[in-house]
Design a protein around this ligand. Structure first.
Ligand code: PAF
Length: 281
């Protein structure tokens, strides 16, 4: 695996592939890699001549400085995992490379209804920062295909919207959530949980799976009360939001629509975790 720390180095490494129009696959990450990330790399390996993974903890998408500071950065372990997964190029830029001249301004774009709910409300400025860095990374890598996990379903929806709106010739490939044996969705933040918090965290996916089982049999208000009750009983974890949303617009659904998604965010101690499940009528 080759490592590029600057856009110039990345261009040099990718020039031979670009010259022969060989497809470049791209997996953007913030590091602290887990099997979910590796599944994106493996998926990218199946259809591209070269696979680039970026590791960049993007300061502009954190609305909480403490969250940015404590974000895990196990770079040597990440490099080993990427080598093993067959990643060809690791793009590992500095903050100065991605935000030259200390200019941390973010893109002002409109995502319709997509950023007005859930993470968009709970983490002001998060999606502006996210799309700013994703756009910068896309411009640096110039991939044909880019891979995003469905755990960040709202992020994925916004990236797809942005690509279509601006006619950017990149195929966005959604990849399924990868879960631990007990059901917890894999996340870089899981490693910040203490053993007690890690045990409790299983409640998140368990609750969502129960909602999926009950979908279509109970009014949405009852499902909401059920979820709130589960976290009240736990007493330690704090529910930030639970929404049942239209899979396209992300607006709350009020009836048992054909296709919906249940999305949740909780604080497990200081650690913020999100998850979702698709609900089919
Ligand atoms: O999902 C993430 O890890 C980040 O939001 C991304 C897409 C790498 C942008 O910083």
């Amino acid at each position: 695996m080759k490592v590029a720390e600057s856009i110039a180095e990345l261009n040099n490494l990718l020039a031979p592939y670009r010259a022969k129009h060989a497809p470049v696959g791209f997996v953007p990450t913030m590091g602290a890699l887990h099997l979910g990330h590796l599944s994106l790399i493996r998926q990218a390996k199946t259809t591209n001549d070269v696979v680039v993974c970026s590791i960049f903890v993007n300061p502009t998408q954190f609305n909480d400085l403490k969250d940015l500071e404590r974000y895990p950065r196990p770079i040597e372990e990440d490099k080993r995992m990427l080598e093993e997964a067959g990643c060809d190029v690791l793009f590992l830029p500095t903050v100065k490379e991605m935000y030259p001249d200390g200019d941390f301004s973010t893109l002002k774009d409109d995502f319709g209804t997509l950023d007005k709910v859930m993470e968009g409300v709970s983490r002001p400025g998060h999606f502006a920062g996210m799309i700013t860095i994703v756009n910068k990374l896309f411009m640096a890598v110039l991939p044909q295909n880019a891979y995003f996990g469905q755990k960040d379903y709202q992020q994925l929806s916004i990236v797809k919207y942005f690509i279509e709106k601006h006619s950017i010739p990149i195929q966005i490939i959604p990849c399924p959530i990868v879960r631990e044996a007990d059901g917890l969705a894999m996340s870089s933040r899981n490693r910040l949980l203490n053993p007690d918090e890690r045990k409790r965290a299983v409640l998140i996916s368990q609750t969502l799976f129960k909602v999926r089982d009950m979908w279509g049999t109970k009014p949405i208000a009852d499902l909401r009360r059920f979820v709130e009750g589960e976290f009240e009983k736990d007493g330690y974890m704090k529910l930030i939001y639970f929404e049942i949303a239209n899979t396209k617009t992300l607006q709350p659904v009020t009836d048992n629509a054909k296709q919906a998604i249940a999305c949740i965010a909780v604080f497990d101690g200081k650690i913020r975790l999100i998850d979702n499940v698709l609900l089919n009528a």
